[in-house]
Write a protein that binds this ligand. Sequence first.
Ligand SMILES: [Zn+2]
Length: 329
Amino acid sequence: MIFSAERFQNEIVDKVGENCFVCGAKKSNVEFTAEHIIPNWVLRKLSLHSKSITLPNGFTYRYDKYKLGCCRRCNELLGKKIEDPVRKLVSSGYEAVKQYIYEESPFIFYIWICLIFLKTHLRDTKFLFDQDRRNETQSIGDDYFWDKMHHIHCMVRTVLTGAEYDQRVLGSMYILPIDVVEDENFDFIDLNKYQTVMLRLENIAFFVVLDDAQAVRLLMTDILRKHMRNFPLQLIEARELLARMAITNHSIVKRPHFFSKIDVHNETYRVSVITPDKIECEEFDNKQFGQLFYFCCKDLLKADPTYDEELIDNVKSGRWTYLFGTRSN
Ligand SMILES: [Zn+2]
C-alpha cells in the first residue's frame, strides 16, 4: 500500500513507460494502456487533439499523443474517481464548481491538478533536453526535484488506495472566473521550480500551489482582498496572479513537512503534514518576480495598447502590475 520515496524513484520515475505510473505494476504483468496527460475529455471539449503543448525545451508535442503508460485498472479508477466527477462539475460552470467546494470539499480539484502535474513531469523524463549531441542523454526531467514529487504521487494514490489525508495537506488554491477572449479557450502553465500551476478551461481557472499547505493563501489573502479588482480576471491578470503565487511560495521561510503515518496493526496509512508555528515569507527580489511574470505573460503583452520597450522593462523589473492597477478599458 505504501510507496516510499525510494520506491517512487526506482519503480515510477526511473520506469516511465515500463511500469504503471500510479501503482508501479510492470507492463508485462498487467493489461497496459496509456493515460492522456491533459485529460481526454478536456481535449475533446476544447478541440485540442490536433493542437500542441510547448515543452520546457521549446519543442512542441501534439496533445492527442501526449500520454503516459498506465495499467488498465488505474486508468479506469482515475477516470471514475477523478476525471468523471471533475468533468461533470466543470461542465456545469463556475458557480457549480464554487458551490461544490463550499458544500463538499476542494480536494477533488486539488488531486486532479496534482495528477496532471505528476503526469507532465514524469513524461518529461522521456523528452531529451536538446538535440545537441553532447547532451543527447539528458532529459528534461533530469533537472526535476523528484523528492518533492513524492508527496504529489502519494496524494494521487489516495484515490486508489483509499488512504486518508489530513485536511491541512491541501495546497493554496484559487478557482476564479476569467474574461475569455475568443479562440483562447485553454491555458496550462506549470512553474515546476515553484510547484505552482495554472490550468484554465474556457472561463474557469485553477491556480494551485501544490506543496505549501495553504501558506501562500494565508500570506496573500489580505493583499488580494484589499487591492484586487472585480472578477472576472483578464488573462494577463490571471498570469500575474500565478507569478505572484509562485514567488510567494518560493519566499516562504519555514516550509511544511509532508509525511505518511503508518498504522501497522490496522494496515492503514494517512498522508499528513507538520506546519510551522508561524507562516512568514522573506521579502522577495522584485527582479526575480519580474522575470517570472514576464515568462508567464510575454505572449499576451503585445496586446497591451501601450506595448513598447519601456513596458517590457517595467514588467521584467517587477515594477508593473495589471492585477492591482487601473484597467485601460
Ligand atoms: Zn496501475
